[in-house]
Design a protein around this ligand. Structure first.
Ligand code: BT5
Length: 271
């Protein structure tokens, strides 16, 4: 089980975490930790709240998709914040959260995971985690941000739905041993706090440089799906605003703030 006492006292004893997280709530099962965090935003004071659940009955991915969230094996957490950055800069928290997640995984497993732009965590070409940012505006407070993170930790392949088996994995599958979820949560939130404090302190450039370093999308031929159109191109860089810069076949550059990215093997006709 997740150890609420250990996680709470870790937050209190770590200066940056203590400033960011004022309350830690751990549940056996919720519909979605993100949904609960958004609901709590309207009820409570403006302090940071960390919500963890052992299972989610309606875990959310982006664009109305589902996040597979069985009990006793994974991490599902949401952090409710009221950032000092302007709301148009909130997408930067996606890359910062991905970097925090990677650092937490690195501390506990010794392995560096990669970021598939903008919100997926990959190990050995498979998805091990995902990040969902949601915002809520109200006239009384600065806009709220909920950072939702799901990581497959001790999930066995046999317990994964068939449709995910080719594309998803867990830390246990990759490393052949069970990982203590409480240890991983502690490492993850510490690294997340470091990233958030640095970003809010104006250290955006270092965060973007680090994202470029860890982004497995860069250099790849990709297909982009947006609500308006689909196109292909080479993922060249991450802009200073966190966008993905794509070079098209005709030499033109496109800048992507949002959208679905599929890594393709190579440009059609190059084999
Ligand atoms: C994401 O969405 O990757 C964001 C996932 C965020 C989940 C966390 S858990 C805590 C918090 N509370 C919530 O309710 N949500 C957040 P997206 O990029 O849209 O990817 C969703 C897709 O990933 C699905 O359509 C599946 O293809 C795949 N998928 C679903 N569950 C998965 C899992 N457990 N592991 C790997 N892939 C999964």
């Amino acid at each position: 089980m997740l150890d609420q006492t250990a996680i709470s006292s870790h937050c209190r004893s770590h200066p940056r975490l203590g400033k960011l997280i004022h309350e830690v709530l751990v549940y056996d099962a919720v519909d979605s930790t993100n949904r609960l965090a958004l609901e709590m935003e309207s009820m409570g004071p403006a302090g940071g709240i960390l919500i963890l659940a052992d299972a989610q009955k309606a875990g959310k991915g982006r664009l109305g998709r589902r996040w597979f969230s069985p009990p006793h094996s994974n991490i599902y957490l949401s952090l409710l914040l009221h950032p000092t950055l302007a709301i148009n800069e909130y997408p930067l928290f996606s890359l910062a959260s991905a970097l925090g997640t990677i650092a937490g995984i690195q501390k506990v497993t010794g392995t560096t995971a990669g970021i598939k732009w903008p919100n997926d965590i990959f190990i050995h070409h498979k998805k091990i985690g995902g990040i969902l940012l949601e915002t809520k505006t109200s006239c009384h407070k600065t806009p709220a941000l909920v950072i939702g993170i799901g990581i497959n930790v001790n999930l066995d392949m046999n317990d994964m739905p068939k449709e995910l088996r080719n594309a998803a994995t867990s830390l246990k599958v990759e490393f052949g041993r069970r990982i203590d979820r409480t240890q991983l949560v502690k490492a993850l939130i510490e690294a997340l706090a470091d990233q958030i404090v640095a970003l809010e302190g104006g250290n955006k450039d270092a965060m973007i440089l680090s994202s470029r370093h860890h982004c497995i999308t860069l250099g790849r031929w990709v297909r982009i799906e947006t609500p308006n159109e689909d196109f292909e191109g080479r993922a060249e860089n991450i802009g200073m605003d966190g966008s993905l810069l794509i070079r098209m076949d005709n030499g033109k550059r496109r800048k992507l703030q949002l959208g679905e990215v599929t890594h393709l093997r190579e440009k059609a006709g190059t084999h």
